[in-house]
Ligand binder design. Structure first.
Ligand code: ZN
Length: 254
């Protein structure tokens, strides 16, 4: 991955402002692959996207992550500390391209589908009901269905299909198996009531929050140095963090 400068980060932060979470993750992703169009990045599977964002996080802010959550049973507040390596999933046995087809044969059905990507997530952003959102997402990813009663090789349109629940669950399971990083969970245990649960961890929203805090801090430094010395923003951002800190101390802001 190329080096990402402080100016790149400030500019990426500006582009995330007021955007939906899926778009914000794509802005961050563009830092890892500046030569790829946003359309082609939006076609990467969700797991591939998150694997790249984990690598970016490690490069920018190191491997240690921390977070705060609440025990769903006793409401105790838990502070979590973990490593990028703890949540990085092994690569799938077979690496699939953006629109590669997977096939599932079950109970006489043959379903061909691809992995969900950021463009799919964007399209369900407005759907509040989780079941409706899942159905819509599957409708986009399922490319063809051959039903048991229609074994004349006629592929039904994926839109508006009603598939049996066990089949839908098998498709979803195949998707996460083929794209393991798309479903990152932390195995948690409450020290107070010993309740155990798996919490979803989203590297995209985590990194957006972290970038926001970092930019606010750096812009405060830029403000103090520009006021003390009259330097330009671009010149101050181009300095290493250590050099900015040294000048801040000389200017009485240490
Ligand atoms: Zn608890």
């Amino acid at each position: 991955m190329r080096n990402v400068s402080a100016a790149d980060l400030v500019s990426a932060w500006e582009r995330t402002l007021g955007r939906p979470p899926v778009d914000q993750a794509l802005v961050l992703l563009s830092l890892t692959s500046p030569d790829c169009s946003s359309d082609s990045l939006a076609e990467l599977s969700v797991g591939e996207r998150d694997a790249r964002l984990l690598t970016l996080r490690e490069q920018l802010f190191g491997p240690q992550l921390s977070s705060v959550t609440v025990c769903p049973r006793c409401r105790q507040r838990l502070e979590l500390a973990f490593d990028v390596a703890d949540i990085r999933q092994p690569l799938p046995a077979q690496t699939l391209g953006p629109s590669a087809e997977l096939t599932l044969d079950m109970d006489g059905y043959r379903v061909q589908f691809r992995l969900p990507n950021s463009a799919d997530l964007s399209s369900v952003d407005e759907v509040a009901d989780p079941d409706a959102a899942r159905e819509h997402l599957l409708g986009r990813c399922i490319q063809s269905v051959v039903r048991p009663q229609a074994r004349d090789d006629r592929a039904d349109e994926a839109d508006g299909l009603r598939l049996p629940l066990p089949l839908v669950e098998a498709i979803v399971a195949r998707m996460s198996e083929a794209d393991p990083q798309s479903d990152t969970r932390l195995a948690l245990s409450c020290p107070d009531c010993h309740h155990q649960w798996a919490a979803v961890f989203d590297i995209g929203s985590y990194l957006v929050r972290e970038l926001h805090d970092w930019v606010v801090h750096v812009l405060r430094e830029v403000h103090a140095l520009a006021r003390a010395y009259g330097w330009r923003e671009a010149d101050i951002l181009a300095m290493t963090a250590a050099r900015r800190q040294a000048y801040l101390e000389l200017a009485g802001h240490g």
